[in-house]
Design a protein around this ligand. Structure first.
Ligand code: FPP
Length: 248
């Protein structure tokens, strides 16, 4: 019997490291950019599926702070793909009530990408069906450092005492301030690393690794990942007995 997804056991926030575009292309003797192009199609499929299924927050690692070191033509192609994606998907985002957010050092993105990004965020700001966050020029360590820098300025201005800096307080200075912590992280392509993604935020996330390359990641496999998540017991450092007693 096929198991079905339980609405009440879906991750509230799902984060994805979309890896393997380059290898997908190389296996077919294609340019790596073709892999990214196919990867952008998977983005469409998975965003649509997440919205249909009812995942409230979806965050995609679309470009890391380290990705700037890739060959210039590949970086340029990724920026064009991103801009085209934002333009072509705007109507669909509005139709499906998807709000777009972005986290990362956005000022490093080409000006025209920044403009399109900010316009898309503004136009979708009222949407309440799902929050899609693109991590762009994002690094988890950068995120923590920029939070500490801003926090220090805040502390000087407000003369806060060190013990007032709680986890919740600190989280409000991260780029992800308006997002809940991810419950599930999916990483494609067989690599089993976090790769400087959401380092603070992923503290208690379940992780689903799959050998499938991102361009081949289908709606069916996406559902399998969600089923795997809903069969796990999340203990947050407690014992199974404690979790059962709490009715979890
Ligand atoms: C990793 O594959 C993927 C990226 C560095 C970029 C992700 C970009 C997309 C999925 C397409 C564009 C994004 C949007 C939002 C439209 P890789 O190149 O590191 O693959 P490899 O490890 O096989 O070389």
């Amino acid at each position: 019997m096929t198991q079905s997804l339980l609405k009440e056991k879906l991750p509230r926030h799902l984060a994805i490291i979309m890896d393997g575009n380059g290898r997908w292309a190389e296996k077919r003797s294609l340019d790596r950019v073709e892999g990214h192009r196919k990867g952008a199609e998977s983005v469409r499929t998975i965003v649509r599926a997440a919205r249909e299924i009812g995942v409230p927050y979806l965050t995609l690692f679309a470009f890391s702070s380290e990705n700037w070191n890739r060959p210039r033509p590949e970086v340029d192609a990724l920026m064009i793909l991103l801009k085209n994606y934002l333009t072509s998907e705007l109507q669909e985002m509005l139709d499906r009530e998807i709000r777009l957010l972005a986290v990362g050092e956005l000022s490093r993105l080409p000006k025209e990408v920044q403009t399109t990004l900010h316009e898309t965020m503004k136009k979708t700001a009222h949407c309440q069906g799902m929050t899609l966050t693109l991590a762009l020029s994002y690094g988890g360590r950068d995120d923590i450092l920029q939070a500490i820098r801003r926090l220090m300025v805040h502390c000087q201005d407000q003369s806060l005492r060190p013990q007032e800096i709680t986890e919740d307080f600190f989280s409000k200075f991260l780029w992800t301030a308006n997002l809940p912590d991810p419950d599930l992280l999916i990483r494609t392509s067989g690599e089993m690393r976090i790769s400087n993604f959401l380092l603070w935020q992923l503290a208690y996330a379940e992780i689903y690794f799959t050998p499938t390359l991102w361009p081949d990641f289908s709606k069916e496999e996406f559902i399998r990942a969600l089923l795997s998540y809903q069969n796990r017991e999340r203990r947050f450092g407690l014992t199974s007995e404690q979790i059962r007693a709490e009715g979890g």
